[in-house]
Design a protein around this ligand. Structure first.
Ligand code: SAM
Length: 228
């Protein structure tokens, strides 16, 4: 059975999607999508041999070799330009997701939607989106087995009318921020306590990086505001 996290991530793919799942591990997500949607086609990318083998086995096990192509390689380099219209990157840190997108920019000119599920540092993904003409069109935050997961969806836009996002929107998510859910409160209450401890330690150590301390204090203030 597919996890709630991956199900929610997959829910942002359109019907009949031609998509890539980068860092696919067991290829659970593309198998689920292609079993449900007979028009869908996928490329499962993996950088590591072990997960690549697992992905190949899952795909074979479901008899999906005709619709899911499993490829070994780093990030988006497994794609040929124009092959897919959506990309999923799930279950990694936001900074890794950002670097995969940045490195493979030229491979995704045909891509109109990127669905990212960063485990941490979603802000990095949002920043990459806004700097690369992807508007944040959907977001979700869910809790599963005591973990909180964020999903951020970017849709390509022409650039002309899309408004800038504030630092606060980039941190919390422009959509998550207006529609605060229980998972959102849980996450930011935890982050608040974590950051507070970090700030206390920085002060105690008297090793003051003023700029960093100011930034952390500003973020702590924002967290207080959103938790009200
Ligand atoms: N996407 C799946 C999920 O959300 O359940 C698997 C997440 S797993 C924690 C991360 C996977 O990404 C690992 O299998 C790892 O080998 C792969 N990975 C890490 N860096 C990668 C890269 N640059 N290109 C492709 N795959 C990568």
């Amino acid at each position: 059975k597919l996890s709630k996290r991956l199900k929610q991530t997959a829910s942002f793919l359109p019907k009949g999607s031609k998509f890539a799942d980068i860092g696919s591990d067991h290829a659970y997500l593309p198998c689920y999508v292609c079993l449900e949607d007979k028009q869908a086609k996928a490329i499962a990318g993996e950088i590591n041999e072990g997960p690549f083998q697992s992905a190949t086995q899952t795909v074979r096990g479901h008899g999906l070799e005709e619709v899911i192509d499993v490829r070994l390689g780093d990030g988006l380099e497994v794609l040929t330009a124009g092959e897919v219209t959506q990309v999923v990157i799930a279950g990694m840190g936001g900074s890794l997701i950002r670097s995969i997108l940045q490195k493979g920019k030229d491979k995704i000119e045909s891509v109109d939607r990127i669905i990212a599920q960063p485990n941490v540092d979603a802000r990095d993904v949002r920043e990459w989106f806004v700097h690369n003409n992807f508007m944040i069109s959907e977001e979700n935050i869910i809790e599963e087995n005591g973990h909180i997961y964020e999903i951020v969806v970017g849709d390509r836009h022409s650039g002309a009318v899309y408004p800038e996002l504030s630092e606060k929107q980039l941190l919390f998510g422009p959509i998550l921020l207006v529609n605060k859910t229980k998972a959102f409160y849980t996450k930011w209450a935890e982050e608040y306590e974590k950051l507070k401890r970090v700030i206390d330690q920085m002060r105690l150590a008297k090793l003051l990086d003023k700029e960093k301390l100011n930034r952390f204090e500003r973020e702590l203030q924002w967290m207080e505001e959103v938790l009200q």
